[in-house]
Design a binder for this molecule. Structure first.
Ligand code: AR6
Length: 167
């Protein structure tokens, strides 16, 4: 099964699609969202403005503009409020929505940041487990898809490695 953990900046990857950890406005922000908008250039914001925002747990796709990636899949993860606001299911839905879009657009390689693990404060262990569970499930049907889990923090790459080794 093709899941690879890599460290570094998602904006530099030569893949078919990178995923953005966006907010509901889809109009940019900090963290990985800010980095992607800076690297892709202003045409990205122009396209995002036509999309009418995005619900939490859902995703929308745009072109990659100045990125090497052909597409950007903008996913809106949940803010962690303590666990009683359906956060885990929303994060699951978010990963599923990205993978469905990837399928619709014939994406062969997709790179994910750790959605909701920064400003949105999702517990890292839980978020990594959800990501791997949903991706593994999807890979049972989409055997040719290659998935990169891109880590900007050591703690996240260590957590992914541990979970992947265990399963
Ligand atoms: N490449 C890969 N991963 C990165 C990069 C990068 N260039 N930069 C940061 N990360 P966050 P969220 C990691 O806060 O929690 C934004 O303002 C980062 O270390 O970017 O889903 C949006 O507009 C962390 O592990 O996203 C929203 O308002 C992970 O990406 C809000 O933040 C996610 O951190 C979304 O919050």
């Amino acid at each position: 099964m093709s899941i690879e953990i890599i460290n570094g900046d998602i904006t530099a990857l030569e893949v078919d699609a990178i995923v953005n950890a966006a907010n509901r406005s889809l109009c940019g922000g900090g963290g990985v969202d800010g980095a992607i908008h800076r690297a892709a250039g202003p045409e990205l914001l122009a396209e995002c403005r036509t999309l009418g925002g995005c619900d939490t747990g859902a995703a929308k796709i745009t072109q990659g503009y100045q990125l090497a990636a052909k597409y950007i899949i903008h996913a809106v993860g949940p803010v962690w409020y303590g666990g009683n606001k359906n956060e885990e299911e929303l994060l699951r839905a978010c990963y599923r929505a990205c993978l469905e879009l990837a399928k619709d657009y014939q994406v062969e390689t997709i790179a994910f940041p750790a959605i909701s693990c920064g400003s949105y404060r999702f517990p890292i262990e839980k978020a990594c487990e959800i990501a791997i569970e949903v991706i593994k499930d999807h890979l049972l049907e989409e055997r040719n898809l290659k998935v990169l889990l891109v880590c900007f923090e050591d703690k996240i790459s260590r957590t992914y490695s541990r979970i992947l080794d265990k399963k």
